[in-house]
Design a protein around this ligand. Structure first.
Ligand SMILES: [Cu+2]
Length: 267
């Protein structure tokens, strides 16, 4: 019985490692200037945590198997100092592992969260709400007009609550339901939610950032490949959460300029 259990433990451990090792579910292609850092971190986390998992399962199987021959109920408590040793090894091992992964990943993290965006970065505001995204471009003056939640009126297409009468900066703001950006240019994306928590996730950009009510957050990224990619909400935000998505369109600069002009003329 114990030998059979030991065998099952080994088989389950190997079985769960095979799809990961063989990349049965590969990551989306990386289209971001800093994406390779995230991918490296993911890969080394999988290798380190995966090896630790396999090692732990094999050790478990080994001790179970060994105890079968002895026929005793010997356990870690019957060894003097056994419990202390086990706790120490577990804490030291897990601690060292987390510390190592944290140190290794600090560059990828710092690039996203501690570095200021490029002065030439293009500012766009993303607004999430149940259950759609809207994106706002500052227009020729380079300034985003102020938002007034009480002025939000979906019937008038005033999704951001702009005061077009009094606020000059708001007049040339361009609002779009898709996020069009020029390729190879850094984007400084300001994230604002008008209701609950949402998320901005583009797997190909390796960017996943929550919208937090009451906080305006910023992420920056540079897309390096022209194409159309899905933006999905990954925070359960209500009944329509499953349908909350938009598209990111990465375009050559000239095409983007035309797109922005076209959008501006429609408003
Ligand atoms: Cu949502």
């Amino acid at each position: 019985m114990r030998k059979a259990f030991a065998l099952i433990v080994v088989l389950v451990a190997i079985g769960s490692a095979v799809p990961v090792i063989l990349h049965w579910w590969p990551m989306a292609p990386d289209i971001s200037a800093d994406g390779h850092l995230i991918d490296q971190q993911m890969a080394s986390t999988m290798v380190e945590v995966g090896s630790a998992f396999l090692l732990a399962q094999f050790l478990l199987a080994y001790f179970v198997y060994r105890s079968a021959d002895r026929g005793t109920h010997e356990n870690i408590r019957s060894i003097p100092g056994g419990v202390k040793l086990a706790v120490f090894v577990a804490v030291a091992f897990v601690g060292a592992e987390l510390l190592a992964l944290g140190m290794q990943g600090q560059r990828a993290w710092a690039i996203q969260y501690f570095s200021t965006p490029d002065p030439n970065a293009m500012t766009i505001q993303a607004q999430a709400g149940q259950f759609a995204y809207y994106f706002r471009y500052p227009g020729l003056d380079g300034k985003l007009g102020a938002t007034h939640p009480e002025k939000i009126n979906e019937g008038d297409q005033n999704f951001f609550g702009l005061d077009l009468e009094k606020d000059v900066a708001a007049r040339d703001d361009v609002v779009s339901a898709e996020l069009a950006i020029p390729v190879n240019r850094q984007i400084r994306l300001l994230l604002h939610t008008k209701d609950v928590g949402h998320s901005f996730y583009v797997p190909e950009l390796r960017v996943q950032q929550d919208f937090v009510p009451g906080l305006d957050l910023m992420v920056h990224f540079t897309a390096t490949k022209v194409g159309k990619y899905e933006i999905v909400c990954t925070q359960l935000c209500g009944m329509g959460h499953h349908s909350m998505r938009a598209y990111l369109r990465v375009m050559p600069q000239a095409e983007f300029d035309d797109w922005l002009k076209q959008k501006a003329s429609e408003q």
